[in-house]
Structure formats: C-alpha cells, structure tokens
Design a protein around this ligand. Structure first.
Ligand code: ADP
Length: 397
C-alpha cells in the first residue's frame, strides 16, 4: 500500500512515497523556489537515476501537481498512476493543545490549524496551503495531519507552564509546546527496538541536533519535558538560533540599542547560535573545521553548544530519576562523532562508558557505548516521514 507524505514549506514542498507493507521508501523529491526564479524539482525513485528539472513553478498547486506527475513518470517515477496512492500524510508543525495525536483532516481540523497561524506564522500557513492543494488534487483519498507538537502533549503542567501569571496561559495559551515531536517519537521507538526493551520500561533522553536542536525526556514512551518551548527558539544553541537567554536581554536591546521587534527577532532566530558566536557559519562541519584550525571563537561556540546539551541532560536525568539511554539523531547527532564524544565526556557519573571506535565508525544506526556501560548511548537516523506514513496508514486499514 502506497502512502504519500508531504512537507509543505513557504517556498518548497518535500515529498516521499512509501510502501507501508515493508516500510520501503519508493521515492523522494523536493520542489524548490516556488514562486521565485530558478524553481526546480529534484526526485529520486528507488533504483532509478535522480532527475532534476528546472521549470517555472509559481504556486503550491503547480508544485504538488508537478510532484504527482513525476511520481507517475514512466522513466523516473515510482508508480504507474497516482490512483495507486492510498492516502496522504501531511507534516503540520503546530497543533496547539487540540491535537495529541494524528487526525484525518476535515474542515474542523483545517480551521484548528488556521487558528494557530499566529503562534506558528512561518510554518502553519504553508502547511495548510499544502493540505488544501493536495486534497484538491487527490480528492478520493484520506489526508492525515501529523503534528510536530503532538508527541509533547503528555508533558505535565509543571514542565509546560512558564512562571507567568496564570491568565497568560488560560487566555493566550502561552506555554511550552515543544517541537520535533515526530523525530523524538520515531527515535525513541527505534531505540526501544534496538535495546530490545519495551518503551514502557525505558527512560530515554533523545537529542535531536540538526539546524534546529532540541532535547526530550521520554519516560515510558511519553514525552515528559522538552527544550523547545512556546516557539522553536527556546532551549539548546542551534545553527542560527540563540536558544535560552535571559529575557531581560531583549528589554536591554530595545532600550539601550533601540533595536526594533523585527531586528531582535532576526537577531535571535537568524544571526545567533553557532553562526553568531563563531562568526564562521551555522553549519557544524564549518565550525568544527575552524575549531581544528585553532579558531578561538569557533572553539567557544562549540563549547557553549555542548554546555547547553549538558544542562538539559542533567536536568532530564533528574526529572526521570535516572536514564537508561541517550539517543542522538539529526544531521549533527547522526554524523558528528566529536559532538557526541564531548557530550558523553561528563556522563560517567550516569554510568556512560563511550566506546571511541564505535562512536567513530561509519555505521549509521548503532550503540556507541561499551557492552558493560550501565547507560547506553545510541545513534539513530531520524525518519520523520516514515513515521508520518505509518501514522497515516492507521487511518486506512
Ligand atoms: P534540519 O534541521 O534542517 O533537518 P539536518 O538534520 O539536516 O537539518 O542537520 C543539519 C546540520 O547537520 C548542519 O549543522 C550540518 O552541519 C550537520 N551535518 C550534516 N552532516 C554532517 C556531517 N557529516 N558532519 C557533521 N555535521 C553534519
């Protein structure tokens, strides 16, 4: 049974086609620069050549139509006809407090996604646009929304409330929501399979280190705390985002430096993090190359990045009264052994014994601690799209 997964952003649409009978990825593609010059589609179907086509794509309707056409392309496609697609799963970033799981998309669901435009202005509008277009182009099948925030809806009030007057939560819904939920959930599930222990008996800390970074305490299969908050700005230091800072820094910047709301937003979201501190770049590969060449600011940026991860690992080990395994995922977590080694350096008190050879090996999915290590450390490549396909499948069976 073929399930299409769509991740619709403001200027790009990413898509993947799965056969959920064996979890096989049949094709993946991206339509980029929608509405801009030099738009293109790149697609790779299983065992076929990658194809890149430059074509003017003015809107999301054209983009998804183009993707469907190419999925059914005789030479480069993965299926004969788009009628073979049994259902379509959509990544939706913000589900607020309404959604603690995936749902079939109805008019009511679309309204709810729209009601969160103000707290997810960059993501929910293009997500909803992708849904509307896909529903129109594939009207006979079910469309399912899988929310980034849903996995974190099990976080208790003690961890999701900020120390603000309660009315700000009651009236304005200002609270911790958490993001990357599909990734944290997927790697927690995989870790339980790899460790051969049911999730109901596992205390995990899942560490998603990509361009955006977040860390989650997963106790008995449920998220009980996570580092991202009301928005994806809170928590760890990221490629270009500051993560945690004293909110009074914002008042200081407004009053002393007369920075506008927009300038501060841009400063904290786009000019900070690894990029701002190192003055080298936001990409960990560039930052770490500079570290190796003795660049002082790059070294500091790397140390701050690790320090914030330590802060949360310690906090979540306490929140769960112990930890059985720490799971690294996403671009940096999956690929950058020096980051994993630096995080594990101070964890011997938790019973972590890193195996350097395993940490440095090229195996993608692995346990990187010694056989006798009380607390295990794992690397698990994330696959949010596969989880979205599996979730969508549940509504078709
Ligand atoms: P996104 O959050 O956009 O999905 P990714 O999960 O792809 O991002 O992660 C991007 C980050 O992963 C970048 O900082 C990049 O430096 C890092 N990364 C990717 N490959 C490697 C690698 N081989 N070694 C170190 N870092 C890597």
């Amino acid at each position: 049974m073929y399930i299409l997964v769509i991740n619709s952003g403001s200027s790009s649409v990413k898509y993947k086609l799965f056969d959920v009978r064996n979890n096989a990825e049949l094709a993946k593609g991206i339509v980029e620069r929608i509405g801009l010059d030099k738009s293109s589609l790149t697609q790779q179907a299983f065992s076929k050549d990658e194809i890149r086509l430059n074509r003017r794509v003015t809107d999301h309707n054209q983009a998804i139509k183009f993707a469907l056409q190419m999925l059914a392309h005789e030479q480069y496609g993965a299926i004969r006809n788009t009628d073979e697609i049994a259902a379509c799963g959509h990544r939706v970033v913000h589900g607020g407090e309404e959604f603690s799981g995936s749902v079939v998309i109805t008019g009511r669901v679309m309204k709810a996604i729209k009601s969160h435009f103000d707290i997810a202005p960059l993501h929910n509008p293009p997500n909803l646009l992708g849904i509307k277009v896909a529903k129109k182009l594939l009207p006979k099948i079910r469309h399912v929304a899988v929310f980034d925030t849903a996995f974190h809806q099990t976080i208790p009030p003690s961890a999701f409330l900020y120390g603000l007057p309660y009315s700000f939560y009651e009236k304005d819904k200002i609270r911790r929501y958490g993001f990357h939920g599909t990734s944290h959930r997927y790697v927690a599930q995989r870790a339980s399979e790899i460790l051969k222990r049911p999730q109901s008996r596992l205390k995990l800390i899942t560490v998603h280190l990509g361009n955006g970074c977040s860390i989650t305490a997963v106790k008995n299969g449920k998220s009980i705390n996570t580092s991202m908050g009301f928005t994806p700005l809170e928590g760890l230091v990221m490629g270009t985002r500051s993560g945690d800072i004293d909110p009074a820094v914002v008042f200081h910047l407004m009053h002393k430096k007369k920075l506008s709301y927009y300038a501060i937003d841009e400063l904290l979201n786009k000019k900070s993090g690894l990029l701002g501190m190192s003055e080298v770049g936001s990409d960990m590969r560039d930052v770490y190359n500079a570290v190796k060449k003795g660049n002082r600011k790059a070294r500091l940026a790397f140390e701050v990045f690790i320090d914030r991860i330590h802060k949360y690992v310690g906090s979540y080990a306490v929140a769960m009264d112990g930890v059985d395994a720490i799971v690294f995922t996403a671009g940096i977590g999956e690929n950058h052994a020096p980051t994993r080694a630096a995080v594990c350096r101070n964890l011997s008190f938790l019973g972590v014994r890193l195996d350097a050879a395993k940490n440095n090996s090229s195996v993608k999915e692995k346990i990187i601690t010694t056989a006798g290590s009380k607390t295990k450390v794992l690397v698990v490549p994330t696959n949010e799209e596969l989880l979205i396909a599996q979730e969508t499948h549940k509504f078709v069976k």
